[in-house]
Design a binder for this molecule. Sequence first.
Ligand code: EPZ
Length: 430
Amino acid sequence: MEQYAIKGGNPLVGEVEIGGAKNAALPILAASIMTDDTVYIDNMPDVRDTKVLLRAMENIGVVCRHENRHRVMLNAAQINDLVVEDENIKKIRASYYLIGALLGKYKHAEVTLPGGCDIGCRAIDQHIKGFRALGADVRIEYGMIKTRAERLVGSHIYMDMVSVGATINIMMAATMAEGMTIIENAAKEPHVVDSANFLNSMGANIKGAGTDVIRIKGVSRLHGTDYTIIPDQIEAGTFMFAAAVTKGDVTVKNVIPKHLESITAKLQEIGCEVKEADDCIRVVASKPLCHTQVKTLPYPGFPTDMQPQIAVALALSKGTSIVTESIFENRFKYVDELTRMGASIKVEGNTAIIDGVERYTGASITAPDLRAGAALVIAALAAEGCSTVDDVRYIQRGYEDFHLKLQGLGAQIELVESEREYQKFKLKTG
Ligand code: EPZ
């Protein structure tokens, strides 16, 4: 079984190129099937979740061809099945985007219920509410979500909570509905805006993405496009916190600094120096880190997808910090693993009370989910001695070449497949 072998203690120093945003790439891939014309997508991250979605799309007849590692050509003129049952598709959350895309274009879709990281109850009632408001019949049967409509008609939809997935899904279906749809209390994340921009580049008429009211005037046809996905805000934030935790000096390149404001603000609060340029940000951690409080919130608040990474930094910061998770109720599963590395954290409900310690020490740990897995790798990079991180498949869902990019910053990290390889790594790294 693959695991990361890590020898901690080196400050990360240097530059790292950030890839395309996974959480924009997934809805954009799904939306590409809404036209019969050819679509080109650039800056596509080469991660497990996008591979799974691409395979499921190929299985229903979409032609997908990689022009290079990060540029893909798609043509959905020959879709031959509106039932998506791919065995792997239920492992990813974003499978639900195929419902909005297929429903919009064909007025019919049947997709295996979505899975994804086990970070809490991940209901889809808001997606269903939106599809029904547009006139679709929606049923859940035999582990599938089945939707069908004679016609889709624009509607006024008030979201009961801010949901990235439901906002994008309803936006996709409404793009090809008759008349005007208004989504109130919409999510404002950069990937919502990127999905809207992509649809607009195909001829959709979507206004207001990035605010909490999105207006969509339905069109009868979408056309081909050539589109570049935005940089991954969370990958960038992860490397920025890796700089803080290892007392390093890292420049993340190819980013949109505006998308990283809440992350930058917290890094400054805990004592890092952060310098912004047009499309890169440098984080220097030369002083001891200090405590703070943070609560995860929908964008532009501090992202839930950065909660484990900031907690790993705060657990090495002077004083007592408080981290409140307000989006997913099961996102502290990494705390036990971090405790095994020496952290002092008490979780009460959706709050973690963190007493900063001087250092982490290496341990054998397991990645419980994507972002927590990445955060534990960062902790191991700061720890004294060697660590192993198991279940790296979670991390590979959303980080391209994670260990290679870390190696480029001077980290001692390797992907090993056996105890023998791990022992060799330990000998090599002293
Ligand atoms: C997206 O998940 C991301 N996933 C998540 O990233 C991210 O953590 C999350 O948004 C929040 O930013 C993808 O984009 C594929 P939500 P999503 O709908 O769309 C509740 C990562 O690590 N809710 O915004 O599933 C829900 O339970 C992943 O990259 C309902 O109650 O999140 C949650 O408490 C993990 N009913 C809150 O809303 C619904 O119908 C926000 O969920 C929908 C959501």
